[in-house]
Design a protein around this ligand. Sequence first.
Ligand code: HPA
Length: 246
Amino acid sequence: MSKVAIIGGTGLTRLEGLEIEGEEMVTTPFGEPSSPLVRGRLEGREVLFLARHGNPHRIPPHRVNYRANLWALYQADVRAIFAAAAVGGISEFMGPAMVCVPDQIIDYTYGRSHTYYEEGLDHVTHVDFTEPYDATLRGVLGAAAAAAGVEAHDGGCYGATQGPRLESAAEVRKLRRDGCDMVGMTGMPEAALARELGIRYACCAVSANWGAGLSEGEITMEEIERCLEAGMAKVRRILRGAIVRV
Ligand code: HPA
């Protein structure tokens, strides 16, 4: 039977409440994933958990082996993924610790291995990416948030930047003009690789800070960590409800 996975990001290296049944380090034709696949039960439902940045958190966004991560989950029969992601807020509804289930993405990353369609092809494939996030899984996240009494904005555009540095104020102004509601460093190529593998994928984004230039002074790691703690507590509640609904 196909399985469901959660990819945890910054602030969600472990999934509290997950009853761990096993842990497996796997290899893929694309190298090793960021962390072992943790097999367990959340609210009684089988789920796999992968820490995107490793556990402990040590792999920066531009060095994550996204192809290995997604392939490892695919090999394990995962056909639906909920991804948690820390972002900087750009639009009004994405203030610190606020949650959003984005429905669009713009890719500003570069130099990342971003496709499985690279070598030894017998034909060229262009996957459809009109709707980058799976509508059913997005609905599940929305319903789970409502049931848990957690405010989660339905829809928004995620701007995926290269990192690991944060943006300049002018870059955030440009992202806003482009229509981005939030900015993060890991949304791509993760979403596109999931699509190439035919894995349904949706994201639960948490604002760790206002994007550069949208609040007074510098953005500090302390501020990011503090807001993420509050935001990821909401995400955990949403994910528990999502797992039983999917
Ligand atoms: N920019 C990009 N990625 C982020 C940010 C940000 O401001 N905050 C958390 N992840």
